[in-house]
Design a protein around this ligand. Structure first.
Ligand code: NDP
Length: 296
């Protein structure tokens, strides 16, 4: 059975690693070591004290960190990933990173005889727990085939999008659309509530009409109307994704005023709410400005 190493036990990485531990001999590493030892105690995985120790003996290494910068930051140094990787190992980056960094990392690894694919995920922490994530892969098909059994521990739809960086490009566009939609749904509902339409009634009609979306059908009913606003995905990370998408549009010569504006508005929301805010709390900023709450 292939040994796997997993680096980055955050909100989404942790449940992904739990599922991997049930299928593969797993070694985990996390910057805050207590999270790794706790997961090891819970699942039987091994906790390593450094990235180097984690990846030793693992033909497949999975990373899930905030951005590509943190992934690059783990590569070097005496305790870094490169110091421990076994010959021919494959690095599978599940971070929602950026295509240019991934191409740079892939080229560096290739020159040293290692493989790289970008493999960001969609489906949220619930999807990670249930093993139903969508995984968007960029990289050679031989690496895709090697990684697929590992990715299937937490993903039910695993799609090769193209060369290295294509997975990150796909993920950034997906999340930019989510970011835009959250703001638009929040603005529309705030106005309807102020106009005297109960939020629940507005959503029921919206969800039977052409303006419906995952945001209106699932996220707003479960997290906004209830006032629950659980912390599952940091607003700062969604802003990062909108920024990566804006960069992609720029790079490809596509004018992107809508996505640019979303990036800017999430930046303002982040400044207002702080780095710990959940992404759906962007709606709280709209509510605050409008002087109304979307509940019911
Ligand atoms: P979190 O902020 O919850 O976790 C971040 C993880 O990265 C933690 O393990 C943290 O360690 C580690 N980390 C942060 N900075 C460094 C660093 N400089 N060096 C080493 N480790 C570091 O993020 P998520 O788990 O939510 O997100 C991870 C990635 O997955 C992001 O790219 C995000 O966009 C993406 N994603 C998230 C989803 C979600 O629903 N949460 C859904 C889909 C994709 P420590 O414990 O020490 O802080």
């Amino acid at each position: 059975m292939t040994a796997v190493a997993f680096l980055g036990l955050g909100a989404i990485g942790r449940p992904m690693a739990v599922r991997l531990a049930a299928r593969f001999p797993l070694t985990v590493w996390n910057r805050t070591g207590a999270r790794a030892t706790e997961l090891a105690a819970e699942t039987g995985a091994r906790a390593a004290g450094t990235p180097r120790a984690a990846v030793q003996g693992a033909p497949i290494v999975v990373t899930c960190l905030p951005t590509s910068a943190e992934v690059e930051g783990l590569l070097d140094g005496p305790d870094g990933v490169l110091a421990g990787l076994e010959p021919g190992a494959l690095l599978v980056d599940c971070t929602s990173g950026d295509p240019a960094s991934s191409r740079r990392i892939a080229a560096r690894l290739e020159a040293l005889g290692f493989g790289f694919i970008d493999a960001p995920v969609s489906g949220g922490t619930n999807g990670a727990e249930a093993g139903t994530l969508t995984v968007m892969v960029g990289g050679d098909s031989q690496f895709f085939d090697r990684a697929a059994p590992v990715l299937s521990a937490f993903g039910s739809r695993i799609v090769r999008m193209g060369p290295v960086g294509a997975g990150h490009a796909m993920k950034a566009v997906n999340n930019a659309l989510l970011a835009v939609n959250i703001l638009a749904v929040g603005e529309g509902l705030a106005a309807l509530v102020k106009a005297g339409v109960p939020a629940r009634t507005a959503l029921n009609v919206l969800n039977a009409s052409s303006g419906r979306s995952f945001v209106s059908e699932t996220l707003v009913p479960e997290r906004v109307l209830t006032g629950a606003f659980p912390k599952t995905f940091k607003l700062s990370l969604l802003q990062k994704d909108a920024g990566i998408a804006a960069g992609l549009l720029d790079e490809t010569g596509v004018a992107g005023p809508v996505i640019d504006l979303a990036f800017q508005l999430y930046g303002e929301a982040r400044a207002t709410l702080g780095d710990g805010a959940d992404y759906l709390e962007a709606i709280k900023v709209i509510e605050g400005q409008a002087g109304v709450e979307i509940r019911g």
